[in-house]
Ligand binder design. Sequence first.
Ligand SMILES: Nc1ncnc2c1ncn2[C@@H]1O[C@H](COP(=O)(O)OP(=O)(O)OP(=O)(O)O)[C@@H](O)[C@H]1O
Length: 242
Amino acid sequence: MRVQDAGIRFRRNRLSRRNFKDLLSTQKRRTRPGEFWALRHVSFEVGPGEAIGVVGRNGQGKSTLLKLVAEVVLPDEGAVRITGGVAPLIEITGGFVDDLTVRDNVYLTAGLHGMTRPEIDAAFDDIIDFAEIGDFLDTPYKHLSSGMRVRIAFAVISSLDEPILLVDEVLAVGDRRFKDKCYTRIEQLLESGRTLFFVSHSEKELLRFCTRGLYLDKGALVLDAPIQEVVDRYNSDYNSKP
Ligand SMILES: Nc1ncnc2c1ncn2[C@@H]1O[C@H](COP(=O)(O)OP(=O)(O)OP(=O)(O)O)[C@@H](O)[C@H]1O
């Protein structure tokens, strides 16, 4: 996977980031008032099986970086080449449809990631057992608590046979026992050779799963180094910047 000089520009105070005129225009626009770069000049390469911790203060571009890797947003500058599918756990409701039941959401999400109906049938009970929400199979997703939403989303996403796993801070919502279960599963997935992008503010979690760190500050990649070095730099910046 390769991200080369990538930039993502957002607008403040706008519901949608682009209109049709922008999409059809071949001219490069200058940054308009109210626009800003959530990421800029970001370049890195990641090999199969690497476990990357994405670090930075609030609003510095971590989630945007994951969306770039998931190809949910396209770069306004530069290039992103992702080889292999991505299993993204990047927003609490990520991909799940509010009005569909839990059961239908499992089939929809797994189906969108290329699992056939018999494959989903075979995996279904394990997914529901992992999430421990068997009583809610026919409940619309919107009526689940936020912790339950994360349970089912993690259970499905971590069952997908995709080589790249993205985990944003969503697990923070789960209770401790469930989080421990998720961590064990993440470790199993890493052992099986998956690539991981993991956003966290917890030094302990970062050091547990990740070998390499990407440190974002104001949308720039300021350090790409072994995770311990990245955590140390983040801590020392944090202590020196009030
Ligand atoms: N769709 C959008 N439209 C406009 N601005 C956005 C959009 N998504 C994110 N932003 C802005 O881009 C910047 C980076 O956001 P991002 O969510 O990537 O930060 P983050 O590092 O993940 O923060 P946190 O630790 O708080 O989750 C922020 O200023 C945010 O307000």
